[in-house]
Design a protein around this ligand. Structure first.
Ligand code: FPP
Length: 266
């Protein structure tokens, strides 16, 4: 039994998750600080069941709820979910509408659990492109949960990494134009602060479901040194046991951030 489980008293459901993670081989003292997930495969899941695509998204919400809970119970302080990309607007109107309705329902249903568990909701992306009612639901959920200090749940919505970088470049250019910043003072840190994710640490672990080997315009700047873990499992089938497998794999990696590990150093 690790000190993590014995030192403090935690609610029974949390201890159960911690024990299950530990029993599966996860080291509770070396968890990532930020996990980002490309939730892919909802459409294929629905197709495999001979059901409409939207049923796949609806089933995907169950995975969202489970993974948010597991992260909170493992005390992983940042989780970012790619819920709607800037390219997803190209999908049929009915699917886009259905996704927006699912999002609003999710916000309405989960607000109580987020408040009870001190989870702060955050959103990144071109939020002004979302339909008015979605923007209002998001704003109010973010305002209500703003005090949540245990975990930040970020939803990437109408999000694209390239657009985010362009927007940051424009903000920097304006500051230079106004004389508030000199060109020589532009550093990775000043630049990162202008991204939608400014203030949030970069993801340590990026998970993608459904087996595609690409990053699909997600957090392009921020994943420079993230460990990437890809599973063939479709998102609606992704559950805590597989999340633990991703964590174990992450813990087995040697992160050198472009340097050398101590044993390899001359
Ligand atoms: C990719 O599957 C998934 C999406 C475009 C949306 C993900 C959305 C959800 C899980 C539900 C809403 C989320 C929240 C946070 C409320 P796909 O449709 O591209 O699947 P396919 O590649 O198999 O077609």
């Amino acid at each position: 039994m690790t000190s993590v489980l014995t030192v403090e008293s935690r609610p029974a459901h949390q201890v159960e998750t911690l024990r299950r993670a530990e029993a599966s081989g996860v080291d509770l003292r070396r968890l990532p600080r930020h996990v980002a997930i490309i939730m892919d495969g909802n459409g294929r899941w629905a197709k495999s069941m001979h059901r409409p695509r939207i049923e796949g998204h609806r089933a995907g919400i169950k995975s969202v709820r489970e993974i948010v809970r597991v992260c909170r119970r493992l005390e992983i302080p940042n989780l970012t979910l790619y819920a709607f990309s800037s390219e997803n607007w190209k999908r049929p109107g009915a699917e886009v509408n259905a996704l927006m309705i699912l999002l609003c329902n999710f916000l309405r249903r989960e607000i109580r659990e987020m408040l009870d568990n001190e989870i702060r909701l955050n959103a990144i992306g071109r939020l002004n492109e979302l339909p008015g009612p979605v923007q209002r639901s998001l704003d109010s959920a973010m305002r209500e949960t703003a005090g949540g200090g245990k975990m930040q749940l970020t939803l990437a919505l109408s999000y694209g990494g390239r657009l985010e970088i362009i927007d940051a470049v424009k903000k920097i250019a304006r500051r230079v134009e106004e004389g508030a910043l000199s060109v020589d003072d532009i550093t990775p840190e000043t630049f990162a602060a202008e991204l939608d994710t400014g203030g949030t640490p970069d993801p340590d672990l990026l998970i993608r479901t459904s087996g595609e080997m690409r990053v699909s315009n997600f957090l392009l700047w921020q994943i420079a040194y993230s460990e990437i873990w890809i599973t063939p499992t479709l998102w609606p089938d992704f559950r805590s046991e597989e999340f633990f497998a991703a964590l174990r794999d992450f813990q087995g990696r040697q992160r050198r951030f472009g340097g050398v590990d101590i044993d390899g150093a001359l």
